[in-house]
Design a protein around this ligand. Structure first.
Ligand code: APR
Length: 260
């Protein structure tokens, strides 16, 4: 890891009014959750077409059967925030991180920030662009239940899990063919536009509109840092590129920011 780059980025974060972290599946990979496009990733074993909103509406039984298999095979274990999530939460606690905008639906940022969050430390906004699979919502009336309850009901034969209103429960995530939650997307776009430092972490930056956030931040003059094991389409716009593991770079960056 380039120590000079790390120190320079840490200094920019210390001086910044607004540092924003943008994360993808790569930040949760060290917690044991597979990514989407790496070897052995989700899209090697499942098709995106199995999980579109159109399929959920036209074939809810088949959708839930496949979703159960995905949940069992890929997310079956208990998983915890890792050192990278905690380093971001610590930066929030020390007032150096205005927001985490995540594409992940695993809820691990929320969990990590809860552990260190104290009112006096100010609030780091956690924006879940693609929702959170720890919740499920009725697609007709919006009534929400715990995600585990929906999966348990489906697991024990209630296919699809159905709301008292007669509607079908859907994991509270953005399916292909669905719009991102407008309020979350607008706030994320504003945070990216107003950021002085924008950290793109553990994402292939392959999916729009999420991938437009680092591009727009850089275009508005933010310092862009990419932390990702593989090259991304934004590397050429970035002042800093760390081709290392998030669990190495982020704790080191947190220490460098807090050491001055
Ligand atoms: N440290 C750093 N980078 C890592 C690590 C790690 N430990 N592990 C994986 N990565 C990198 C990979 O090199 C890869 O480029 O994380 C990236 C993950 O990319 P994707 O699998 O494409 O995941 P993501 O960018 O989050 O996908 C975006 O696509 O399918 C949709 O809705 C889904 O939210 C997802 C979106």
């Amino acid at each position: 890891m380039d120590e000079q780059d790390l120190e320079a980025l840490a200094d920019e974060i210390r001086r910044a009014d607004a540092t924003v972290a943008f994360t993808g599946a790569g930040i949760s990979a060290p917690s044991g959750i597979p990514t989407f496009r790496d070897d052995g990733g989700v899209w090697e074993r499942f098709e995106e077409g199995q999980f579109t909103y159109g399929r959920f509406r036209s074939d809810p039984v088949g959708f839930w059967r496949d979703r159960l298999e995905l949940q069992r095979e890929l997310f079956g274990g208990e998983y915890e925030p890792n050192a990278a999530h905690e380093a971001l939460a610590d930066l929030g606690r020390s007032g150096h991180l205005a927001a985490v905008i995540t594409q992940n639906t695993d809820g691990l940022h929320e969990e990590a920030h809860e552990e260190v969050r104290a009112p006096a430390d100010g609030e780091t906004a956690i924006l879940e662009l693609h929702g959170n699979s720890q919740r499920a919502a009725c697609d007709d009336c919006g009534f929400r239940i715990d995600g585990d309850e929906a999966f348990e009901r489906a697991e024990t034969g209630e296919l699809p899990p159905t709301c008292d209103c007669g509607g079908v429960f859907k994991p509270d995530v953005v399916l292909f063919g669905e719009r991102l939650p407008p309020a979350v997307l607008q706030r994320s776009r504003r945070l990216a536009r107003e950021s002085d430092v924008f950290l793109a972490i553990g994402s292939s930056l392959a999916v729009e509109p999420a991938a437009s956030l680092p591009r727009n931040a850089a275009a508005r003059g933010a310092t862009l840092a990419v932390i990702n094991l593989e090259p991304t389409p934004r590397d050429d716009d970035a002042e800093y590129v760390f081709r290392e593991d998030v669990t190495d770079v982020l704790p080191a960056l947190r220490s460098a920011v807090e050491s001055a």
